[in-house]
Ligand binder design. Structure first.
Ligand code: MCA
Ligand code: AMP
Length: 510
């Protein structure tokens, strides 16, 4: 008989024999057993099945982080539908785009947002809208409570879709990266092996669960190892440091490490039981890497990945394979091919800087309903062009030195200048704008908006920011805005962003 490639089947097979053991312990004192995960995901999966959805139906979810939200993810997998997580910070115009583009059959939102989300969903033809709140309530759980807690995991092939994650990719408007069961499971297995997951491990889960880092890398890691998670609904540096003695593994974006370093309680005693600290999603400053080692005696393991590819590289876990080298993202993961090429498509040698291209079982199936875009981002021989610029040294350590894509990574979230500029340019009185990234001590990098006005317009920087706040997710709001007489241009008439970046690089540094 063919084995079921459904990711949930593999995760379920890794649950410990004692299903009554604690699987998740939350920051508000709740304990969920492995049996709870199995039963609740079965009930929600049965609810989804009862809706008679089409194969490949999308389940779009914008809810606060909760264990029930994780159960909804597991239920979507086990019922064989496609999970589409959405950042809780997104406002109506953003949600309108995602729902319009993905045409989900089911939308799950918080009850607070239900009135406007329901309107958007109905306009897009979505038949089922449920609510789910972070206090174990909502119409989703009410309906699931009437369903059986036994459910046969749907049979899926490795190439069947498991999730769609929206990302702007290398250019332009948000695109849905289609990830298969095989993409996710192969990557989770490689990381389990590379990072030495073992019996007795306990993960502190403090990241949001609508992106690759929190939803896949961290959560799959713990589940595939049958490991308990200490679950924070939102990151709090003090509370996290207080729980470090109960844990062995922590994963975070660099901002989380910067904030924990500001906690006096972070010392060698607090991390006495820790085995591994992983950082990713944005460059980890060498200062943070060094300071962490000094304070805790632990060397952070930095890795690199993308929504389209899950994880691609990792510093070594095992010292026998090499040191964890700050400022690098380590070696390419087993099974992944990575090469660096110049603009003419020539392979570059050790230490030479060029575009990073990758291939492997982890690389996505393409952008949702965008075959041309998908084609553009792959080479003729099937490598995906990451849009990251980097180099590989003679020992195989990879460094990301820049990006060919115009992207700002702020506190681990991606901000696409073209999107923000579009919103600014629509404001009455604005002539044009440019958004550039500036180094920031907490978020690593933040957006700074430079705006010019039409003759006679009387808009000021505060008014521009206030307008943006009413329309966009909070992390996309530029941290500063300046109204200028003109923007610098090159001889081709193109705005010189490099010059602007240089001009504002010390804005947030003392
Ligand atoms: C919050 N704010 C931000 C950010 N987060 N501004 C810029 N960048 C951000 N990331 C704004 C808030 O709106 C608020 O503005 C002000 O900053 C202070 O908010 P604060 O309370 O400090 O924020 P927070 O709620 O503590 O959140 C900070 C955070 C969060 C915990 C660092 O941003 C976070 O969880 N980041 C992790 C993102 C992540 O998981 N990325 C993984 C992507 P105001 O006061 O004006 O409203 S997966 C990925 O990239 C891949 C593939 C990979 O490799 O992993
Ligand atoms: P996303 O679109 O959210 O999938 O973001 C993926 C991008 O995050 C990558 O293409 C990189 O530019 C960046 N990224 C992820 N991890 C790292 C890292 N460790 N160092 C530098 N950049 C990173």
């Amino acid at each position: 008989m063919k084995t079921n490639a459904n990711l949930y089947a593999a995760l379920r097979a890794a649950f410990p024999a004692d299903l009554d053991a604690v699987a998740v312990e939350t920051d508000n004192g709740l304990h969920y057993s492995w049996r709870d995960l199995e039963r609740a995901s079965a009930m929600i999966a049965n609810l989804l099945d009862s809706l008679k959805l089409e194969p490949g139906a999308r389940v779009a979810v914008q809810v606060e982080k909760s264990v029930e939200a994780m159960m909804l993810y597991l239920a979507t997998l086990r019922a064989g539908y496609v999970f589409l997580p959405l950042n809780t910070a997104y406002q109506s115009a953003e949600i309108d785009y995602f729902i319009g583009n993905a045409e989900p059959a089911v939308v799950v939102c918080s009850s607070h947002n239900e009135p406007w989300v329901r309107k958007i969903a109905q306009a897009a033809g979505t038949r089922h809208v449920f609510t789910l709140d972070d206090n174990r309530s909502g119409s989703l759980l009410e309906a699931a409570a009437r369903c059986s807690d036994r459910h046969a995991v749907a049979s899926r092939g490795a190439d069947d879709l498991a999730a769609i994650l929206y990302t702007s990719g290398t250019t332009g408007r948000s695109k849905g990266a289609m990830l298969t069961h095989g993409n996710l499971l192969s990557n989770a297995r490689v990381l389990k092996d590379c990072w030495g997951w073992r019996k007795g491990d306990v993960l502190i889960h403090a990241l949001p669960i609508f992106h690759v880092h929190g939803l896949f890398v961290a959560m799959h890691g713990a589940l595939l190892n049958g490991s308990k998670m200490i679950w924070f609904s939102r990151f709090d540096p003090k509370k996290t440091v207080a729980r470090l003695p109960d844990a062995t593994v922590f994963m975070g974006v660099p901002t989380l490490y910067v904030r924990m370093l500001a906690e006096p309680a972070l010392n060698k005693s607090a991390v006495r039981n820790m085995r591994l600290f992983v950082s990713g999603s944005a460059p980890l400053l060498i200062e943070t890497f060094n300071e962490w080692r000094e304070r805790t005696g632990h060397t952070i393991l930095e890795r690199y990945g993308m929504s389209e590819t899950v994880m691609l590289t990792s510093n070594p876990y095992d010292p026998a394979q090499g040191e964890r080298r700050g400022g690098t993202v380590g070696f390419v993961l087993p099974g992944v091919q990575l090469r660096v090429r110049d603009d003419e498509g020539r392979d570059l040698g050790a230490g030479e800087i060029g575009g990073i291209q990758v291939k492997g079982p982890n690389v996505f199936a393409g952008y949702w309903r965008m075959p041309e875009k998908t084609n553009e981002e792959f080479t003729a021989d099937g490598f995906f062009k990451t849009g990251d610029v980097g180099k590989v040294d003679a020992r195989g350590y990879i460094s990301i030195v820049g990006r060919s894509k115009d992207l700002i990574i702020s506190g681990g979230y991606n901000v696409y200048p073209a999107e923000i500029e579009g919103y600014i340019n629509e404001l009455p009185g604005v002539a044009e704008s440019a958004l550039v990234g500036a180094p920031h001590p907490d978020f690593g990098e933040v957006g700074v908006a430079l705006v010019t006005l039409k003759a006679g317009a009387r808009l000021d920087a505060d008014a521009i920011l206030a307008e943006l706040k009413s329309k966009l997710a909070n992390f996309k709001i530029p941290k500063r805005c300046f109204v200028l007489e003109e923007l610098p241009r090159n001889t081709m008439g193109k705005v010189q962003k490099a010059l602007l970046r240089d001009q504002y690089k010390n804005l947030f540094l003392n």
